[in-house]
Design a protein around this ligand. Structure first.
Ligand SMILES: Cc1ncc(COP(=O)(O)O)c(C=O)c1O
Length: 430
């Protein structure tokens, strides 16, 4: 397996080794975490379908514990944007492992952390950085910064937005396909207002009356169903924020680092946010994220008085920073191919009568009729292709009603692998 392989299935999917591992998983993991499909499928009246258990991955290939080789059109939730186990990222990991595994968060920095922050600022036009470990961390750092800079509690976000599931991030999400909020509603705070994504913006007077200090948006919605707002909508949002003195936060955790064909999805609009959240592909597989901001908002924090007002134990982990620096090299090299690959894929999907939305290699195939996206993702798995539904559903929150199949492959996926996927899709839909 070299990363550019087509699928090779040696057993039924999932095979016996995957099933045995999933049985063990079910004995220890909280049942709410991994969809153990044998049970969930039974509850939904679907065919038995446990997940496969991943053993290794490289480039756009994943191999399971039964030795089956798959082509990954998820990039592991967008993380393997530079490819799974990219050689440059692995070399950086090894080199860093020989020097320093852990520095001391806010107390003692190390050179890789400083280099990474410099690089991120140069790439984005932002001035300051708060590093984190997950996308949710970056979103929460941005919300806190907006609160510190504006003194206002209110947050305006958009329908079907997804910003993570830790409490601060969950409190500003409006994901519809699963009600992540309901069990925790009493602990989420009253500060969220929701407007239509891509729709008319609330009047400035109303935003002032609601004490809105932060406007949080994904320039293209990812989990919410790969939704692209109309051109000019992000600039209108910028103008509204300027009018009411709110900080504009772009959540580019999914869309950043070339996935849409541009370094960042917001860049085609000539808009500059006050705060920018990145994560997923940044670490090349290491859990690291960043909240970037202009000096105007970030410097509102003031200087540390000895106890950092915002930090965490693993802030700027040296392994993560070294891997991120290498991942950024690879992502920059892959970027020119993303637009053409994505356009070719979208054209081929449309030629099949399918609806397509998104940009670059962040595409959503819409399925208003016929098999739903969950059923299609299972049929594709049985043909050696990994793809998952994105949030939008036809009715209620029944996953059998998912209407969008998300395609977010590693940016190094080959044309032959995409052609193979199209063939598998044709078979899966008949
Ligand atoms: C746009 C967006 N923001 C935030 C997050 C949360 O990231 P994490 O799961 O790393 O906390 C995600 C995760 O899918 C995302 O897509």
């Amino acid at each position: 397996m070299n990363g550019t392989d087509l699928p090779l299935l040696r057993t039924t999917v999932p095979g016996p080794a995957s099933r045995a591992w999933v049985d063990r998983l079910a004995r220890t993991e909280c049942p709410a975490i991994t969809a153990r499909r044998a049970r969930r499928a039974a509850a939904l009246g679907l065919s038995d379908d446990d997940p496969i258990v991943w053993a290794q991955a490289v480039g756009a290939n994943v191999q399971d514990v039964d030795g089956n080789i798959f082509v990954d059109l998820t990039a592991g939730f967008g993380v393997a944007a530079a490819g799974h186990r990219d050689p440059g990222v692995v070399a950086a990991l090894h080199a860093q492992a020989e020097a320093l595994l852990h520095a001391m968060g806010d107390a003692f920095p190390d050179p890789r952390r400083i280099e990474l922050m410099e690089r991120l600022c140069a790439m984005t036009g932002m001035d300051r950085v708060i590093l984190g470990s997950s996308g949710s961390d970056a979103v929460e750092a941005a919300l806190k910064t907006a609160r510190v800079a504006t003194g206002r509690d209110g947050v305006l976000a958009f329908d079907r937005g997804y910003h993570g599931l830790s409490y601060g991030a969950l409190a500003v999400g409006d994901y519809k396909a699963a009600d992540f909020r309901a069990p925790f509603a009493g602990q989420l705070g009253p500060h969220l207002r929701v407007a239509a994504f891509g729709g008319p913006l609330p009047p400035a007077d109303w935003l002032r009356s609601q004490e809105i200090g932060a406007v949080l948006v994904e320039p293209i919605q990812g989990r919410g169903g790969i939704r692209v707002p109309p051109h000019g909508w992000l600039s209108a949002l910028r103008a509204t924020c300027d009018q009411v003195g709110a900080a504009l936060i772009f959540d580019e955790i999914y869309t950043g680092f070339g996935r849409t064909g541009a370094p960042f999805a917001f860049q085609g609009e000539g808009v500059r946010p006050d705060l920018l959240c990145v994560g997923k592909g940044l670490g090349g597989g290491f859990p690291i994220s960043a909240c970037l901001g202009t000096a105007a908002v970030m410097d509102a924090w003031g200087a540390s008085k000895g106890e950092a007002l915002h930090t965490q134990t693993f802030l700027g982990n040296p392994l993560g920073c070294a891997m991120a620096l290498a991942a950024l090299d690879r992502l920059e090299a892959l970027a020119p191919a993303v637009g053409p690959l994505g356009e070719g894929l979208a054209t081929a999907l449309r030629a099949r009568g399918l609806g397509v939305r998104g940009r670059g290699l962040l595409l959503g195939v819409t399925l208003p009729t016929g098999p739903d996206a969950l059923a299609l993702s299972r049929a594709l798995l049985h043909r050696g292709y990994l793809a998952l539904p994105a949030g939008e559903v036809r009715a209620g929150d029944d996953p059998r009603q998912a209407v969008v199949l998300a395609l977010t492959p590693p940016l190094c996926i080959t044309q032959a692998q995409l052609d193979g996927f199209l063939g598998a899709l044709d078979q899966a839909r008949t």
